[in-house]
Ligand binder design. Sequence first.
Ligand SMILES: Cc1cc2nc3c(=O)[nH]c(=O)nc-3n(C[C@H](O)[C@H](O)[C@H](O)COP(=O)(O)O)c2cc1C
Length: 189
Amino acid sequence: MKLTIIIVLPILIVATGIAFAVPNMNKTTEVSMDKKVLIAYFSWGGNTKSIAEKIHAQAGGDMFSIEPVTSYPQDYNTTAYGIAKEQHEKNIHPPVNNTDISGYDIIFVGTPAWWYEMAPAVKTFLENNNFEGKTIVPFITHGGGGKYTIAEDMGKLAKGTKVLKPLVIYGRGNDQTDKEITEWLKQIK
Ligand SMILES: Cc1cc2nc3c(=O)[nH]c(=O)nc-3n(C[C@H](O)[C@H](O)[C@H](O)COP(=O)(O)O)c2cc1C
């Protein structure tokens, strides 16, 4: 009997430990449960979309792809050095699709760096909606130039909002990106 207890008890303890440990292994960072989350992003080449999906995997919420009414051509030069450059130089905010953001408390806003600033479609999205009392959490992908003043500019376009620290990712990120997102999400209370 004593021998059975000596052998079985440690097995039970270990097994119970595993049973409780396994669900925690898959636990993702959860943004406060009482807050409604929207992840809105513009992505032309897929990098920002890919980061939006990574954020979604950890923070949950709804996703919204900001799309200009007139979409950009697939050709890089036509888009980058033609339309996007002209929109940047003339500060054009092109018409975009929309969604009702009134029910959300925390809105992640993702953009690629386009000509040293946020993409024009994101400017329109910020202007078109009432962000008062909401929190914007910016995420930016870039090709080497970094974050510029994109987060500050978001605050100027979306009046009455609190803008948190941006996540800044080169291209599509790397094998550290998920960890970086986990740390970045901790700023959200
Ligand atoms: C029109 C255009 C302008 C860009 N301007 C910049 C820039 O000023 N600075 C920078 O670092 N990267 C710039 N890039 C690179 C993009 O920011 C980068 O590749 C980004 O991850 C693309 O995101 P996407 O794949 O979601 O569209 C530019 C790319 C394009 C197409």
